[in-house]
Write a protein that binds this ligand. Structure first.
Ligand SMILES: *Cc1c(COP(=O)(O)O)cnc(C)c1O
Length: 398
C-alpha cells in the first residue's frame, strides 16, 4: 500500500522539516502515518525469501526498520546532509552504538573531557572494560588532541558546545587532526542542534543526537539518531543495531517527526530568548559570569560565530556564591522549573554540581569549571520578560 515519496534534496532545510522523507500510504493521509506494527506480511514465500536476501527492499521487522521510523530518519538525513541514518531508542543508544560499532579490543579512542555524564561512562569505563583504551583531552587544546594520537587510534569523540559550561571545540581543526591518523570524528551535536551547527559539513564523519531534547522539544519521548555516510552506516552501524536491538518505538519516531516540523522555528526562538536572558543576567550583581557563546565576552566568541549560526538555547551562570546561594535561587523561582532535561518548551534550571555532574567527582568538576555556584538554564519558549522577572526576583533571595 505504501508509495515511496522519494527524498527531495533540492528543497531548502525548512521545507525538508515539513515534507522530507514522507512515505504516504494508499489512503493519501496528509499527516505522517503511525505504523504501530512489529512485523510485516509478505505476498508470497518467494517475496519473504527476497526480502531476507536483500533483493526486495520492503520492511521485515520493526527491530530492523519501520515505515514511521524510516520517515524520521530520512527527514533528518535531508536536514543534516547525510547519506544515511539510523534512529535509536535514546540518545545514549545512539552514542553507545556509534562508538562500539567502530572499535574492537586493542583499539584506542580519544575523547574530550567535557562530556555528558553517560557519554563519559561509555568512553572512559565501558570501552576500557572491553579492551579499548581511551585518552581524555581538553577539547579546546588542539595540541592535546595531536599528542594523544597513537597508531591504533580509531575514533575521536566530542561535544560542542559542552555541558554545562558552553565551551566550544573547533570541529574543523579536530576533524583534520583525526583524519591525519586515519581516525573518524564522532560529534554529539545535542547542544548545538542541527539548526545551529552542521558537523558533517564541518568535517566530522558521524553525528549523533539525543532526539529527546530539541527534536522532540516538548519533553515527551526518548529517542536518538546516528547520521553518517552510506559506508559507515552500512558497514558498521546497520548490523550492530539490527543484531543488538536498541530500536526506537514507531510511536516515538512519529512524535519526533511532528517535532521536526517546528524545530527551526523553536530553536530560533529559544536562541533569541537565551541571548536576551544571558545579557540580562550579566547585569545582575549576584552573577559573576553569564556564559553564552554569542556574547562578545565569551572566550571563544569568534569560533562560535564561525561554526554556529546562533549562540545556543542554553545559558550558564556562575553566581557570586556557592551551593547555598545556588539552591536559594532555584528554590525561589516561581515559573522556571528545577529539572535536568533540556531543549524543552518550558525553561528548566539545573544545579550541575549536585545532579548531572554529581557522579564525576570534585576533581573532574574543578577541571571543567563546574563550581558549586554554576547554574545551567535551558531557555524555553515563554515570553523572555517573564523569565527575566522570575530570575531577577530569585537572584535577590540571598
Ligand atoms: C541528553 C543527552 C544525551 C543522552 O540522551 P538520552 O536521550 O537521554 O539518552 C547525550 N548527550 C547529550 C549532550 C545530552 O544532552
Amino acid at each position: 500500500m505504501t508509495a515511496h515519496n522519494p527524498a527531495t534534496p533540492e528543497y531548502r532545510p525548512q521545507t525538508q522539516l515539513v515534507h522530507g522523507g514522507t512515505l504516504r500510504s494508499g489512503f493519501g493521509e496528509t499527516s505522517e502515518a503511525l505504523y504501530l506494527t512489529s512485523g510485516f506480511i509478505y505476498d508470497s514465500a518467494e517475496q519473504a525469501e527476497a526480502r531476507f536476501k536483500g533483493d526486495d527492499d520492503g520492511f521485515i521487522y520493526s527491530r530492523y526498520s519501520n515505515p514511521t521510523v524510516r520517515m524520521f530518519e530520512e527527514r533528518m538525513m535531508l536536514l543534516e546532509g547525510a547519506e544515511d541514518a539510523r534512529a535509536t531508542a535514546s540518545g545514549m543508544a545512539a552514542v553507545t552504538t556509534a562508538m562500539l560499532c567502530q572499535v574492537k579490543a586493542g583499539d584506542h579512542v580519544i575523547a574530550a573531557k567535557a562530556l555528558f555524564g553517560a557519554c563519559l561512562y561509555v568512553v572512559n569505563t565501558l570501552l576500557p572494560n572491553l579492551g579499548v583504551e581511551c585518552t581524555l583531552v581538553d577539547g579546546r587544546d588542539l595540541e592535546a588532541w595531536k599528542a594523544a594520537r597513537r597508531p591504533n587510534t580509531k575514533v575521536f569523540f566530542l561535544e560542542s558546545p559542552t555541558n554545562p559550561t558552553l565551551e566550544l571545540v573547533d570541529i574543523t581543526a579536530v576533524a583534520e587532526i583525526a583524519h591525519e591518523c586515519g581516525a573518524r570524528l564522532v560529534i554529539d551535536n545535542v547542544f548545538a542542534t542541527p539548526i545551529l551547527q552542521r558537523p558533517l559539513q564541518l568535517g566530522a564523519d558521524v553525528v549523533v543526537y539525543s532526539a529527546t531534547k530539541h527534536i522532540d522539544g516538548q519533553g515527551r519521548v526518548l529517542g536518538g539518531i546516528i547520521l553518517s555516510d552510506a559506508q559507515i552506516i552500512g558497514e558498521h552501524v546497520h548490523d550492530f543495531l539490527r543484531q543488538t536491538g536498541p530500536s526506537i518505538s514507531p510511536f516515538n519516531a512519529w512524535v519526533l517527526l511532528k517535532g521536526l516540523e517546528t524545530l527551526s522555528l523553536r530553536v530560533r526562538q529559544h536562541c533569541d530568548n537565551a541571548k536576551s536572558l544571558a545579557d540580562f543576567l550579566a547585569t545582575r550583581p549576584q552573577v559573576k559570569r553569564s556564559i553564552y557563546p554569542y556574547r562578545p565576552d565569551h572566550p571563544q566568541y569568534e569560533l562560535a560565530k564561525k561554526q554556529m549560526s546562533a549562540g545556543s538555547t542554553m545559558v550558564a551562570i556562575e553566581l557570586d556564591g556557592g551551593k547555598q546561594e545556588a539552591f536559594s535561587v532555584c528554590n525561589a523561582l516561581k515559573l522556571i522549573k528545577i529539572s535536568n532535561n533540556l531543549g524543552d518548551a518550558k525553561t528548566i534550571i539545573t544545579h550541575p554540581t549536585t545532579t548531572t555532574h554529581y557522579r564525576i567527582g570534585e576533581e573532574a568538576r574543578q577541571e571543567l569549571g563546574i563550581t558549586p555556584g554554576v547554574l545551567r538554564i535551558s531557555v524555553g519558549l515563554e515570553d523572555v520578560e517573564d523569565l527575566k522577572d522570575d530570575l531577577g526576583q530569585a537572584l535577590k533571595s540571598y
